[in-house]
Design a protein around this ligand. Structure first.
Ligand code: KG4
Ligand code: ZN
Length: 345
């Protein structure tokens, strides 16, 4: 395979240190994710300073492992001028924690300089959108993507590569943030999403009628009232089953997410509905999206769980499309913790 086809992706925006080599924008040759979950668990959430320091320690071995697993020589070859056969180095430049982003961005620029290949700045949100292309290269556009992560809840119309319209977003907490906060309140630990997902499987989703905020109003979301409703209910009924609370909370979140995603798909005449972001790993959300797509005659794109949560293969995939459309990024491109999706209102 020609080295021009391979991109090294680097992801350090939050608490996963990740590197991957992807060929032709969608063939994953390696994808290494070193999670810092154990380091942050005792604090009940990500501690930015600790995350930044952990990335410094972990990134070099993670990149080396990704190159080796992709069958590349870390020391490079003479033919490639010392580069290990990659055409470009792509890294997440934002949004995220600034200290964490800086580690990946600085490393990616240094490698690009040393290997004399382009550096490609990648928007983390765009990378999540591209996760689906890794498993379904023939995705038909336009698509509606429901991007649900720890920091964002967005409904995005993807009209073409790099062309997005923001159809709706949360006006307060992100969906993942709501999962994490409710899990902490229920004593289920961190990260909250997978903990609630597991606990909910033992409970009844219709046990408690939690509110569905803004259910009939437009395509924006609100989750902070739901979190308060859970806290109020448990304080009033301390004997309530935690599994029922988890299942009913999850049901309320999923209900609103799926209802609005369907409405968005109908509004833009989308050919399909795609899930992205860490919350897209949720079992009930995945099932409901598949059911909704069958009912509405839409194609469903539900990436595997490991592609929904933060990884560097999606960064390399988005970097491949960015490199083709915009060319290399300037080496003075900085980390941008508040970066938005292009086209966002
Ligand atoms: O995309 P991601 O890995 O990182 C960000 O960019 O934020 O998303 C992390 C979020 C966390 O809030 C986590 O609790 C949530 O995704 N999450 C889940 C599940 N797995 C991860 N939420 C619900 N159910 C899950 N199974
Ligand atoms: Zn993410």
């Amino acid at each position: 395979m020609s080295p021009s086809a391979r991109i090294l992706g680097i992801e350090t925006s939050c608490d996963e240190t990740a590197a991957a080599v992807v060929a032709e924008g969608n063939q994953v040759l390696s994808s290494v994710v070193s999670s810092q979950v154990d380091i942050h668990a005792r604090y009940g959430g990500v501690v930015p300073e600790i995350a930044g320091r952990a990335h410094v320690d972990l990134l070099t071995p993670v990149v080396a492992e990704a190159l080796v697993k992709a069958g590349l020589d870390v020391r490079g070859t003479e033919d490639d001028g010392g580069a290990p056969g990659v055409a470009a180095v792509a890294a997440t430049v934002g949004p995220g924690l600034v200290g964490s982003l800086l580690v990946g961005v600085s490393a990616a620029k240094a490698l690009a300089l040393v290997w004399d290949v382009p550096f490609v700045a990648v928007n983390h949100l765009e990378a999540h959108l591209y996760a689906a292309f890794l498993e379904e290269p023939d995705l038909e556009l336009p698509l509606v993507v429901l991007l649900v992560s720890g920091g964002h809840t967005l409904l995005v119309a993807m009209d073409d590569h790099g062309r997005y319209r923001l159809l709706g977003q949360t006006i307060d907490d992100a969906a993942g943030e709501a999962f994490d906060k409710v899990a902490r309140f229920l004593g289920l630990g961190y990260p909250g999403g997978p903990a609630i997902d597991r606990k909910a499987s033992e409970g009844r989703g219709d046990a408690i009628a939690f509110p569905r905020a803004m259910a009939d109003e437009g395509l924006d979301f609100s989750f902070s009232g739901l979190k308060t409703a859970v806290i109020t209910h448990v304080r009033k009924h301390p004997e309530v089953s935690t599994a029922d609370v988890a299942a009913s909370f999850q049901e309320a979140v999923v209900d609103v997410l799926v209802a609005k995603a369907r409405r968005a798909a109908a509004a833009i005449g989308a050919s399909g509905l795609c899930l992205a972001g860490g919350v897209a790993a949720n079992s009930v959300l995945r099932e409901r999206v598949l059911d909704a797509c069958i009912a509405d005659g839409l194609r469903a794109f539900v990436p595997s769980r490991s592609m929904c949560t933060d990884n560097a293969a999606m960064v390399a995939a988005a970097g491949w499309w960015r490199l083709r459309s915009d060319g290399p990024s300037p080496l003075d491109t900085g980390a941008d913790p508040g970066l938005r999706l292009a086209g966002a209102r």
